[in-house]
Design a protein around this ligand. Structure first.
Ligand code: G3H
Ligand code: 13P
Ligand code: ZN
Length: 335
């Protein structure tokens, strides 16, 4: 069942669980995610980056997601733009029937970020679509912009974390529905070089200045050791990969206001590890179903594990009831 993120966050903020936001790029990844959510009776956010749009062509992704909604009517699903960078892209996604969008102006200076986010909220809210924006800077993908490698980001992380007072001003001036915060995570498989740790004191401070505002954690892959080992065993080269420990993510959603947890890298690792394994152990195999199939199975298991970590397993009916209670306000594009 399609919906905005509103009923999900309404419950997640107080309910000691978080919503997994999984990046989708193709059919197998999307099937793996939705199958896991159906098995675990969990809501989910299917998110599409600008790169995914251009890789897969939005019309194809749209049909795959429509199939998820039809095949699994009991799974609450939001379709979300990940890291949108312009108001034009936000508008295009609204027209493409997304139910939620992210505008990421975190690389701009503060006032530009406010303006870009405020304008995005204006167009999205007029269309009945929820909006996430970002304040502070993550490492990983964003490291290029500030010219820092992972170790340097980690060393200077304090200066990139979200400022709690700025967050309050930002939320008030933009009218956003949720805020992506920099709390020590990075995108990708190399998040920490020494100690893997979230800045819980910073989350607490932001919750004090922005009470009730749903927080979003990007860069939340855990980079499970067994998948890195499998990749390296079968010809890969990913030394020193490190993610966010799962117990810390579990704490962020249970004890703090983190309502949305973004996961992409772990899905990529699961798919890649399994494909590598098949190629290495069955070198004569050339049927894509025989290597994409095991990859998809690994994604199902990986996502099931995440849904338990997020404590969202079993929450589908509650979220559906909250959506019902809100009067199912679908975006205008659906009317
Ligand atoms: O935050 C970034 C996501 O992992 C999406 O990555 O832009 O390569 O699709 P992508
Ligand atoms: P990971 O790279 O940790 O999976 O983070 C994904 C993300 O934040 C997508 O927006
Ligand atoms: Zn992200």
């Amino acid at each position: 069942m399609l919906m905005t993120t509103k009923p999900m966050f309404d419950l997640a903020y107080e309910g000691e669980f978080g919503i997994g936001a999984f990046n989708v790029n193709n059919m197998e990844i999307t099937q793996g995610i939705i199958e896991a959510c159906a098995a675990e009776k969990s809501p989910c956010i299917l998110q599409i980056s600008k790169g995914a749009r251009s890789y897969a062509n939005m019309r194809f992704l749209r049909k795959i997601i429509d199939a998820c909604v039809e095949e699994y009517p009991d799974v609450p699903i939001a379709i979300h733009l990940d890291h949108g960078d312009t108001v034009d892209l936000v508008q295009t996604c609204i027209d493409d029937k997304f139910t939620s969008v992210m505008i990421d102006g975190s690389h701009h200076d503060y006032e530009q970020n406010v303006e870009l986010s405020r304008k995005s909220v204006e167009v999205a809210h007029a269309a009945g679509v929820t909006v996430e924006a970002e304040l502070g800077m993550l490492g990983g993908i964003e490291e290029d912009v500030v010219g820092l490698d992972a170790a340097e980001y980690e060393k200077n992380v304090e200066q990139f974390l979200t400022d709690p007072d700025e967050a309050k001003d930002f939320a008030q001036r933009t009218g956003i529905d949720s805020l992506a915060v920099a709390i020590g995570t990075s995108h990708g498989a190399f998040k920490f070089t020494t100690e893997a740790k979230l800045a819980f004191d910073r989350i607490e401070a932001i919750m004090k200045t922005c009470p009730g505002l749903p927080l979003v954690m990007h860069g939340s892959s855990s980079v499970p050791r067994e998948f890195i080992d499998l990749i390296n065993k079968y010809g890969g080269d990913m030394p020193n990969a490190m993610g966010v420990p799962e117990d810390q993510i579990a704490m962020a959603v249970r004890k703090y206001g983190v309502c949305k947890v973004n996961i992409d890298t772990d899905l990529r690792l699961a798919l890649t590890a399994k494909i590598r394994e098949v190629f290495a152990t069955k070198p004569s195999e050339f049927d894509p179903r025989k290597y994409l199939g095991p990859g998809r199975d690994a994604i199902v298991k990986m996502v099931q594990r995440k849904l338990h970590m997020l404590n969202s397993a079993g929450k589908a009916a509650e979220v559906a009831a909250q959506w019902e209670k809100l009067g199912k306000p679908m975006p205008n594009s659906y009317k």
